[in-house]
Write a protein that binds this ligand. Structure first.
Ligand code: NAD
Length: 481
């Protein structure tokens, strides 16, 4: 086993361009070993105020909002380069605190850099409209930044998800306060170095860590924020939406999922198996848009079941630093929750084809698990957030759509078929923010992403997401005759 990086480090909060420490701190542990990776200051209510005030002052001074858009574009390109320069160091840190494979942790920094490049290209293209009102009037719209954008981030892809909302917010001229996830905050704290090196104006980007019920609540219920962007669980989203109503603050909600792929009889089964492999096991299933259910036509059900079981059984389970296929679950609590859901499924009559219980070894390891269950079983309805794939069979096309659409969620969905008309019919019938045809996770930074139902609202990624970070102002001018 690779033994590097056993030493511990301490991180502070980043407020108004400076590192600000706190007496209280959070210990961050490596889920593969339980060892301490580092500590981070827990932001107090006063520090939340400082960060929001710094962002407000930055916005008021128009240091970012009033910049020539060409300069803002250059600033985002510089941030991208600085993030890319951190990939090796940051990737190691993220691998240790989050448990994911080192290569994927390094990739998160690359992906984060690409978010900044993508939105750099839009910084000088946020154009309003001219609206004809007759000879006596000139009317036009302008897109203006909201002001102070509060962004609350989950732990599964912390670096990439910070970039997903920070890059368009900055491109549009906002100032931002980020609440990093208390379970994996260290690599996000490192991003502050990129902001310093890129000479981002003081107060434009503030990064706080702390617990959700404490620092998170203080931020989202602050009276001086203009917008909330939240990515995380449904329950937290509901609580944040309530906070947002107090000050009538708009929000974007990127929540959980229980996404299904439908396999028709004519599907290329190689594509199905490789898509299930990546769709369900990537990041050990700790992905909002994971393939959680596979709904398979009865004519190919036995073959899919047998090939899937063989494929999942061959996966290595181990530490991210060793590039295992399936890396640890983030916490003991989450591992226990997954185990309890699998046991309950078995008690309710589901059939476990593979895995189903945590591995008896140090660290929080759950092996790839495949469960045959009824469409309305709890395991087929609730988000597990682990390497657990639920499979079931269908007979008619309508039955498949009804099964896929049977949960409260609607984040992504997938269809496997060689029939283009059916693929399109299915894409329209499925209740989801995005549909993958013949490949799970098809798409990327440029394709809009977001949910339906309890998976949330608003779209991140793509050109569309930029418009989450601006509001329209209409200006009508009466001309003198
Ligand atoms: P979580 O809701 O527990 O926490 C997310 C963030 O919210 C953390 O930073 C946490 O500290 C903060 N928080 C918690 N309570 C808060 C409160 N009352 N007020 C303000 N902030 C609060 O989610 P998690 O366990 O970190 O992430 C897993 C969940 O996130 C899963 O449900 C997953 O599907 C979802 N997710 C969604 C997307 C997406 O794009 N739709 C992406 C990644 C993860």
């Amino acid at each position: 086993m690779n033994q590097f990086h056993q030493s511990t480090t301490h991180w502070a909060n980043f407020i108004n361009g400076e590192w600000v420490d706190s007496k209280q701190f959070i210990e961050v542990e490596n889920p593969a070993t339980g060892q301490l990776v580092g500590t981070i200051a827990c932001a107090t209510q006063k520090q939340v105020d400082m960060a929001v005030n710094a962002a407000r002052e930055c916005h008021r001074s128009r240091r970012v909002a009033g910049m020539d858009p060409y300069q803002r574009m250059q600033l985002l390109h510089t941030i991208a380069a600085e993030i890319r320069a951190l990939a090796k160091r940051g990737g190691e840190l993220l691998c240790l605190e989050n448990g994911k494979p080192l290569s994927q942790a390094e990739w998160e920094f690359e992906e984060a850099a690409r978010y900044f490049e993508y939105y750099a290209g839009m910084a000088d293209k946020i154009e309003g409209q001219s609206i004809p009102l007759g000879d006596g009037l000139v009317d036009f719209t302008e897109y203006e930044p909201f002001g102070v954008s509060a962004q609350v981030i989950p732990w599964n892809f912390p670096v990439s998800l910070v970039a997903r909302s920070l890059a368009p917010a900055l491109a549009a001229g906002n100032s931002v306060v980020i609440k990093s996830p208390e379970l994996t905050p260290l690599a996000v704290a490192l991003l502050a170095e990129a902001m310093v090196n890129a000479k981002v104006p003081a107060g434009a980007v503030n990064i706080l860590c702390g617990y959700g019920h404490d620092t998170g609540v203080a931020l989202v219920s602050h009276s001086d924020i203009d917008q909330i962007v939240f990515t995380g669980s449904v329950a937290t989203g509901q609580s944040i939406m309530k906070a947002a109503t107090t000050h009538v603050v708009p929000s974007v909600m990127e929540l959980g999922g229980k996404s299904a792929g439908i396999v028709f009889a004519d599907a290329d089964l190689d594509q199905v198996i490789s898509s299930a492999e990546v769709g369900n096991l990537y990041n050990s299933g700790q992905v909002c848009s994971a393939m959680a259910r596979l709904i398979v036509h009865q004519s190919v059900y036995e073959e899919v079941k047998q090939r899937l079981t063989q494929c999942f059984a061959a996966k290595t389970v181990g530490a991210g630093i060793d590039e295992a296929d399936v890396t640890p679950i983030l916490t003991q609590l989450q591992l226990d929750k997954i185990a309890a859901m699998c046991s309950q499924a078995k008690q309710q009559g589901a059939h476990c084809l593979l895995g189903g219980a945590p591995l008896d070894r140090p660290g929080y390891f759950m092996p790839p698990t495949i469960i045959e269950a009824d469409v309305d079983a709890d395991i087929a309805q609730q988000e597990v957030f682990g390497p657990v794939l639920v499979i079931m069979s269908f007979n008619t096309e309508d039955e498949a759509y009804a099964m896929a659409n049977s949960t409260d969620f609607g984040l992504v969905a997938g269809v496997f078929t060689k029939d283009l008309s059916r693929a399109l019919r299915a894409s329209r019938a499925l209740i989801a923010g995005q549909v993958f045809v013949n490949e799970w996770f098809a798409g990327g930074i440029s394709t809009p992403f977001g949910g339906v139902g309890k998976s949330g609202f608003g779209r991140e990624k793509g050109q569309e997401a930029l418009y989450n970070y601006v509001r329209t102002k209409n200006i009508a001018i009466r001309l003198t005759p």
